[in-house]
Design a protein around this ligand. Structure first.
Ligand code: ZN
Length: 466
């Protein structure tokens, strides 16, 4: 990857340099490879995964102390690895284990200088630190560009970015030539700034809005209130957050463009994206091995079955994650997509599901997704957030629009009472601003107490009542 100083010196011309120089040596080969591998049949894809895993498992046995010990304990021999299901002989790897054994999870034949340290949001506000290879970013970018290509995006296309990137400027937006991106701060979304952002997008004819869904909705809400039309877009590239009922419909109808959504995480073990013709997430088999594991430890395989996403990295040799528990949930889709790719399908994902639960008076778990906010009761609200510190009580923070009245409060309380009954007391709290998380993501639920039991129980309850 090109060094920062050179990068800023070359700024205007930077994007015209060969991709190898901009994004590192792994970018173009990965892009070319994915172009071809998406046409492969199922058997060939599985064969590819097995060969990659064999190399990874051998590396783990030889160079990663944690796995050397684990393989010995459970009698696992990478030399005998033949089918993907052989991996199930190994236990799942959770975040607490990573925290406790971080140093043992690093490969002893790769120097620290070649590694990149990063953190990801853990549960209960405890971030998790991890390592990857420094040059992995080019490969990562190739995967992202490959999926965006399905809605027309080409390497070199410009885009508007509204997803928590830092903007140090009084006008709260900047042009980043190295990314060909107009970056807008979603920490400063006021009516005045929203109007300015829309003007910049329109004047520069930016075809793509790369945004958290919550930020695209917040932006749209302001423009609507100002009586402004949406900028003309080819697609909204919506990343990194759960999609709640109604959000896709709202974004697509306001912007008059398709919302293209995908699932990914900073740990880089699983990537799954929609395609040209479907809103199902297609799991990239070339990226990592994804399993969907039910409560009883068996793999979810039937249409509509739900389980936790468990990922195994095929390329992170610095800190291999084998059967890593993501804390994210997926509902399986079966069959083959009309696009022709032989990728496995996911109907929906629920990221960080355990964080999206409220605890009722009876220790009952209430999924905020299940509250189904797709009604007009929040039409006079810019933003809302549930905040819980004790069981049976929740504070609903509301950022009100000018037209908000007592009637809105009554309707909101009545609707939530109907859903949660007498197991939850709801108090409304009007806020001028609901702060975003450090990386600019919006959290729908902030809960400062532990769940009384496994979230799997709640899944069962939801299923039996539906
Ligand atoms: Zn498809």
């Amino acid at each position: 990857m090109i060094k920062g100083k050179l990068k800023s010196f070359l700024r205007p011309a930077y994007y015209r340099l060969p991709a190898r120089i901009c994004f590192g040596p792994s970018f173009q080969p990965t892009l070319d490879f994915l172009e071809e591998s998406q046409t492969w049949g199922e058997d060939r894809l599985i064969e590819y995964q097995i060969s990659k895993l064999r190399v990874m498992l051998r590396h783990c046995a030889e160079h990663v102390p944690y796995y050397r010990q684990l393989f010995h304990q459970v009698g696992f021999d990478p030399g005998n690895f033949r089918t993907l299901s052989d991996l199930r002989a190994l236990p799942l790897l959770d975040k607490d284990t990573i925290r406790a054994r971080l140093q043992d999870l690093l490969a002893d034949n790769i120097s620290h200088r070649q590694m990149l340290y990063f953190t990801t949001g853990g549960t209960m506000g405890k971030p998790l630190g991890l390592y990857n290879l420094k040059h992995s970013s080019g490969r990562e970018r190739a995967f992202i560009y490959t999926q965006w290509k399905r809605v027309g995006f080409q390497h070199g296309d410009r885009r508007a970015v509204l997803m928590g990137w830092t903007v140090r400027s009084n006008r709260h937006w900047k042009y980043d030539a190295s990314e060909r991106a107009y970056v807008f701060s979603n920490f400063h979304m006021t009516p005045q700034n929203a109007a300015e952002y829309a003007r910049v997008i329109r004047d520069n004819k930016l075809p793509y809005l790369h945004s958290y869904p919550s930020a695209a909705i917040d932006f749209a809400g302001h423009l609507k209130d100002l009586g402004m039309e949406a900028p003309r877009l080819r697609s909204v590239l919506g990343a990194s957050e759960n999609l709640y009922p109604g959000q896709r419909e709202f974004i697509e109808s306001f912007y008059g463009a398709r919302l293209f959504s995908w699932y990914g995480h900073t740990e880089n073990t699983i990537l799954a994206a929609e395609c040209e013709v479907s809103n199902y997430y297609h799991i990239f088999p070339e990226y990592g091995l994804a399993e969907v594991i039910k409560e009883d430890g068996a793999a979810a395989e039937q249409e509509g079955e739900m389980g936790e996403l468990v990922g195994t990295s095929l390329d992170n040799f610095a800190m291999p994650l084998i059967r890593y528990r993501t804390d994210d949930w997926a509902v399986i889709g079966t069959g083959r997509c009309a696009c022709g790719r032989c990728y496995r399908l996911i109907k929906e994902t629920h990221g960080r599901r355990t964080q999206e639960m409220l605890v009722g008076k009876l220790d009952n778990l209430i999924s905020v997704t299940a509250l189904n906010m797709h009604t007009d009761i929040f039409e006079n609200v810019y933003q809302l957030q549930f905040y819980q510190r004790e069981k049976g009580k929740v504070e609903l923070r509301l950022k009100r629009k000018p037209g908000y009245s007592e009637r809105d409060s009554r309707r909101i309380i009545a609707a939530l009472d109907e859903k949660m009954g007498d197991t939850m007391e709801v108090a409304l709290n009007f806020a001028d601003d609901i702060p975003l998380m450090p990386r600019g993501k919006f959290r729908f639920v902030i809960r400062e107490l532990d769940l009384p039991r496994s979230v799997f129980d709640e899944v069962r309850l939801e299923k039996s009542s539906s």
